[in-house]
Design a protein around this ligand. Sequence first.
Ligand code: TRP
Length: 433
Amino acid sequence: MTERVLTGITTTGTPHLGNYVGAIRPAIAASRAPGVDSFFFMADYHALIKCDDPDRVARSTLEIAATFLAAGLDTQRVTFFRQSDIPETPELTWLLTCVTAKGQMNRAHAYKAATDANLAAGEDIDANITMGLYSYPILMAADILLFNAHRVPVGKDQVQHIEMARDVAQRFNHLYGRGRDLFVLPQAEVEEDVATLPGLDGRKMSKSYDNTVPLFEGGPKALRDAIARIVTDSRLPGEPKDPDSTSLVTIHDAFATPAQREAFRQALVQGLGWGEAKQRTVDLIESHIGPMRAAYDELIAHPERVEAALQEGARKARTIARPLLDELRHAVGLRPMVAAARPADKAVRTAAARLPEFKQYRETDGRFFFKLTDADGAELLLSEGLAEGRAAGAWVKRLKTEGAAALADAPVRLLADRAAVESALAALVSAEA
Ligand code: TRP
């Protein structure tokens, strides 16, 4: 069986070199492994928890998505989407919220840190804490459980959230599964040896330390300027250098082959000047990211291409999410009211008991169509013109047996509210069953 691996990226910033080496590059490499079905999404609902600057959220979503695409993510292979394009995510969030213990949320690290800071400052314990921050782990659980992900690669700070997702999934399975598992229990995967790139000053590269090297932003000049600011000692050209005395070597090595690493260390020990060493590092990094930057700039100039990729990803994601949600809704008791089907008893088939109906027909151009009407004859859905009558019949059959789950693939256009179409299909499914 293929394993589903899922990663969300909160859209509040611009990716820097540390994000590329520590997260983006390994994630793309892992998505190419055989037997892995990867899901990457822009966690823009999560961004709203931390950031109330609308332009920044929008810009960051574009930049992060364009970075993944420019860095070689294969959108044919993986499912790449934006969280807020999946209406099933907030829908599932509520179902999970209703089975989540409040006490467990009280213990979430992010919330605890905020309340501890308030108490230390002599403020009210919940000062400036939103329900978004408080409920954050439930939204994250919904992200994961919606796709029944097996593995979730995360930093250490996120492990608790995956454990909470497991707990919620377990509780939901127990309450509503009737002996079968509605959710897979996800595993956190902490990459212990994943490169955390040091920044200009040797501490972890992070925007909050203001020590980052830009990835694409500002072009080759910004890269050169940042590398020039990496802290080194003041040894002169010709003097032997200690390769372990500066983050320059670690940053160089993140892009170097073993032979290049060895040669660089040797050269420093033998007196290579820091200026020359920095130039070599710039050239090396540029040889890797230069071509990607060209692709990135092209995407930033054409945001509609990024949008199209995300829309296609959302469509793909929803072919999984929607059927699951339909099943979950049914499991918790959110069900359309349908007449008990008693087709033998004609007298019972009064107006109230009438069912929605599929009609198949052929247009004068020879193409086959089908449509769905509700019990009162109002049109709910219309197919595309199909070359073969058999295909139309097969789709009708699928929609009648699978219901809304088949909608994502079906060659149809909705003529009414999605909810109305879904409940009509659900009525037909129950009648067929
Ligand atoms: N909370 C994660 C972070 O801050 C981002 C995220 C949101 C996520 N939803 C997710 C990560 C689901 C993994 C799975 O890094």
